[in-house]
Design a protein around this ligand. Structure first.
Ligand code: GLN
Length: 493
């Protein structure tokens, strides 16, 4: 069993095609792994029968020589994606009992490519959070541990996805990233996570948080696996008016292309006070790796960086308050009855939404209200434009940017939950890319002295995911990151 779990996605595809292993065997191993690591609470639903039926179909297609790009590969799905006939809750009490009659475009693309769905993964409620601690199913846990063996957060909001890929209870996983929710958990769990360009993946069928920022993307063990699943996930979709028609580049081919002749920018504003010295050291190491591989490193400035976080925490709640108006006890999931209609709305929303979601709705409603719209929301939109302008300017000279992924390694469960502002600071390096709509990838670069993973982030021009994979491929090779977490299926779990 542990042999099967040791294969990355590219290797598993080869073994499946050679009939050295079967999709049913591989899926059975992953279902077992998910059960063995249930203590990590990274799955909120394991759909074993469905998975085995899909795997059996995969084996038939492989036998018929009709394998798809992801044929037979076991995939976990963040519970923010609607999956037809399978409960989809966004990890909120308000959606408990909601079974969508449709499939999100991204997951439909994965199944059309032969992927096998293992189940639904834990996340922060409505994707609001940085530690997966705001879930109605309780926190997901990071499989990595420091020397004191304390439970750490896997990051958020796609914490279950990162935790499952790191713990080898999913070979691949989907996530969404509105302000960093793919890149930050990927960095905290020592896996690879890509947020594609806004518009690259369809948002159709994904529970909306902040529609102008939300983007789906993959979690994987390696950069090559990431390019593989991304190739299947992306598509133009008439059902999402912001979905792009720009053709997808050859992402799989880009991974091994190297960085010779590339210009990589190092934004000086990302060297912030209060950042862990080990994060700074890794960032410098990353620059040296790229220089050694033939890239030219160039200092650049993104002067409006410090306004990104405050602008994000106005724009994202504003859009969330509007998107979440639909949960009224009538159309989806839970209802708490009351004597009047307004009373029913109030009782349902008070009981159904968790504390962080209620906080975002209040902030959002406030910044959109007549008296404050200009002072907050409009101002934040103007700042957003300036941040985009900084990147446009930088990308006139450089092909990609190298930054740390997070200001620190994973923190203990419970440490920051009562302090929302400190929690928000986690997103300082990831949020600007969402505001500007740019693609970003987090790659594991090394570990802290306490043995916890740290990630590097690469940002690129819109619709140039190929350059990200080129840079990430070099970083991955140079880092030679081979360590595995303490609580891993088939390992010390
Ligand atoms: N941590 C950020 C927030 O809480 C980002 C979340 C996300 O990307 N979904 O809003």
């Amino acid at each position: 069993m542990s042999d099967l779990l040791g294969l990355n996605a590219v290797a598993a595809r080869e073994a499946l095609d050679k009939k050295a292993i079967s999709a049913v065997e591989l899926t059975t191993a992953y279902l077992g792994a998910a059960e063995a690591t249930a203590g990590l609470n990274n799955y909120v639903a394991l759909t074993a029968d469905h998975a085995l039926a899909m795997a059996a179909e995969s084996d038939k297609r492989i036998a018929a020589g009709a394998a798809g790009l992801l044929e037979g590969l076991p995939i976990g799905v963040k519970d923010l994606f609607c999956t037809k006939g399978i409960s989809s809750t966004a990890c909120s009490n308000i959606l408990k009992g909601f079974v969508p009659p449709y499939e999100s475009t991204v997951t439909a693309n994965l199944w059309a490519a032969g992927g096998v769905m293992l189940g639904k993964l834990n996340c922060d409620e409505f994707a609001m959070g940085s530690g997966n601690e705001n879930s109605a199913f309780g926190p997901a846990v990071n499989p990595w541990q420091g020397k004191d063996k304390v439970d750490l957060v896997p990051g958020g909001s796609s914490g279950g996805s990162a935790s499952a890929v790191a713990a080898r209870s999913a070979l691949l996983a989907t996530g969404t990233d509105t302000g960093g929710s793919i890149r930050q958990p990927a960095a905290f769990c020592g896996v690879v996570g890509l947020k594609p360009t806004y518009g690259r993946c369809s948002r159709w069928g994904i529970v909306a948080f902040a529609s102008s920022l939300d983007q789906a993307g993959p979690f994987t063990r390696t950069v090559a696996d990431n390019a593989l699943i991304m190739t299947a996930m992306a598509s133009h979709d008439a059902k999402d008016s912001t979905s792009t028609q720009t053709p997808l580049q050859d992402l799989i081919g880009a991974v091994g292309d190297g960085v010779k002749g590339m210009k990589i920018g190092v934004p000086k504003e990302y060297g912030m006070d209060g950042m862990d010295s080990e994060v700074v050291t890794l960032w410098e190491q990353g620059q040296a790796w790229l220089r050694d591989a033939g890239a030219e490193l160039i200092d650049v400035s993104l002067p409006h960086t410090k306004y990104a976080l405050p602008a994000y925490y106005i724009i994202a709640p504003a859009e969330a308050s509007s998107n979440l108006a639909r949960y009224d006890g009538v159309r989806y999931g839970m209802r708490v009855d009351a004597e009047t209609l307004d009373g029913m709305y109030e009782a349902t929303r008070a009981a159904g939404f968790g504390e962080e979601v209620q906080r975002r709705i209040m902030i959002g409603t406030y910044v959109l209200s007549a008296g404050y719209y200009d002072a907050y929301y409009l101002k934040a939109q103007k700042v957003r434009r300036l941040i985009k302008g900084d990147f446009d300017e930088a990308f006139q000279t450089v092909d990609a940017l190298l930054t740390p992924a997070t200001p620190s390694a994973a923190f203990p469960v419970g440490r920051k939950i009562d302090d929302p502002v400190t929690n928000f600071l986690n997103d300082v390096f990831t949020v600007p890319a969402n505001l500007a709509g740019l693609p970003g990838i987090a790659v594991p670069g090394g570990v802290t002295s306490d043995g916890l993973p740290l990630g590097l982030q690469v940002l690129g021009r819109p619709f140039d995911e190929a350059s990200l994979y080129r840079v990430a491929g070099v970083l991955e090779q140079a880092a030679g990151f081979k360590m595995t977490p303490a609580r891993m299926a088939g390992g010390a779990a």
